[in-house]
Design a protein around this ligand. Structure first.
Ligand code: PMP
Ligand code: GLN
Length: 378
């Protein structure tokens, strides 16, 4: 048997969540909330099921949901997407990312990936015979070196993958970043795949800047979003993709041959739930409060950190505590101290180790304070 992904290891999220369960550790590794979603949303799903939305949904998604997504994007990003032809509801952002790469990356095409990077991008590029071109950011990964990105562009560059707000660092791109990117891709055929799953989780009065708001980027962009992150429903695997008509037509060809359509009753429920903007507009302050509880509780510890600007992740530098590499330190912390995290090197080029661990603070205050007590003891 010839593996199509010979180098691919079991995802760090599976590894660390399993280890957390095995050692009965507090699990701040894989990113998911330890609290439930809004009971109103659950009621809407069961209602949709009772009302008979139990057969296939339209290929690109339940139209009222696409219409409400279009209204939200128009309102927040000032960008027009036609719900009939420029929006597709997907099995989480994961399917959108997979489909976008599959639809556009040909054999030998180069795809620029900023590292650290979410773990599905490069294997998916490789499955299509494409060539990932990693551009490593300097720790703590809070700035993009656009000159390095410019230097990575070649005539074979087909796509550039952006993740904003950035997992694992919490970096949030600024207006100048998007403008520089717009300048870099002008007069090229480069597509932008913009993974914006944490778009509503932004702190300290900053603002999410979507590629959709920049005309020179929007015209060449596929934007992915996730209801899992926004509505505390990561297990539902519901997301969507936005793209201009010509790109979406190609996207839909792959989507129809992958899943055809997505869980129907949940789409009906989300269409209704999205009508109330506070369901997503309040998310930044909700998670900022959790970040602050966590960071305030460890401010006298020996960990060093720069507060996360967005996402529900916080990176901590443990170099004052241990010389172990980050994988070994994350294992030690889980197995000996009862606290699971994610070693950031797994997302880096050549597994570069900057002695950083990623902690998910999408947790109840009790969980965060228990975790902080462990960190303070080190
Ligand atoms: N991109 C990033 C950066 C993520 O953190 C996640 C979360 N798992 C995803 C994509 C996938 O999102 P979903 O769970 O909606 O498939
Ligand atoms: N996005 C989540 C994280 O970064 C995990 C997703 C997964 O388990 N595949 O932790």
């Amino acid at each position: 048997m010839r593996s199509k992904l010979p180098q691919n290891k079991l995802s760090i999220f599976a590894v660390m969540s399993k280890m957390a369960a095995q050692y009965n550790a507090i699990n701040l590794s894989q990113g998911f909330p330890d609290f439930n979603t809004d009971p109103k949303l659950i009621d809407l799903v069961t209602q949709a099921m009772r009302n008979g939305a139990n057969q296939y949904a339209p290929l690109a998604g339940h139209l009222p949901l696409r219409e409400n997504i279009a209204a939200l994007v128009q309102d927040l990003r000032g960008a027009a997407y036609d719900p009939e032809q420029e929006i597709c509801v997907t099995v989480g952002a994961s399917e959108a990312l997979f489909v976008a790469i599959t639809a556009f990356v040909h054999r030998e095409d180069e795809v620029i990936v900023l590292k650290p990077a979410y773990d599905t991008y490069e294997p998916t590029i490789e499955l299509q015979g494409g060539i990932p071109v990693p551009v490593q950011l300097d720790a703590p990964y809070t700035k993009v070196d656009w000159d390095a990105v410019a230097a990575a562009i070649t005539p074979k560059t087909r796509m550039l993958i952006l993740n904003n707000p950035h997992n694992p660092s919490g970096m949030v791109l600024k207006d100048a970043d998007l403008k520089r990117l717009e300048e870099l891709v002008k007069d090229t055929d480069i597509l932008i795949l913009s993974d914006e799953v944490y778009e509503h989780i932004i702190f300290d009065a900053q603002q999410h800047r979507s590629v959709a708001s920049y005309p020179g980027l929007k015209e060449r962009a596929l934007v992915t979003a996730s209801f899992g992150k926004t509505f505390h429903t990561t297990g539902w695997k519901m997301g969507y993709c936005l793209a201009p008509k010509a790109l979406m037509a190609e996207f839909n060809k792959v989507h129809q041959n992958t899943v055809f359509c997505v869980h129907h009753p949940t789409q009906v429920a989300l269409a209704e739930y999205l009508k109330e903007p506070k369901h997503y507009l309040d998310l930044g302050s909700f998670y900022q409060q959790k970040r602050d509880v966590f960071l305030n509780a460890i401010k006298d510890s020996r960990f060093q950190f720069k507060p996360s600007e967005g996402t529900y992740f916080q990176m901590l530098d443990y170099s004052a505590i241990s010389d172990l590499n980050d994988v070994a330190f994350a294992e030690y912390l889980t197995q000996e101290k009862g606290l699971a995290s994610i070693p950031v090197s797994v997302f880096n080029k050549d597994n570069r180790d900057d002695q950083l661990l990623r902690f998910c603070f999408a947790k109840n205050e009790d969980t965060l304070l228990q975790a902080a007590a462990i960190l303070n003891s080190l």
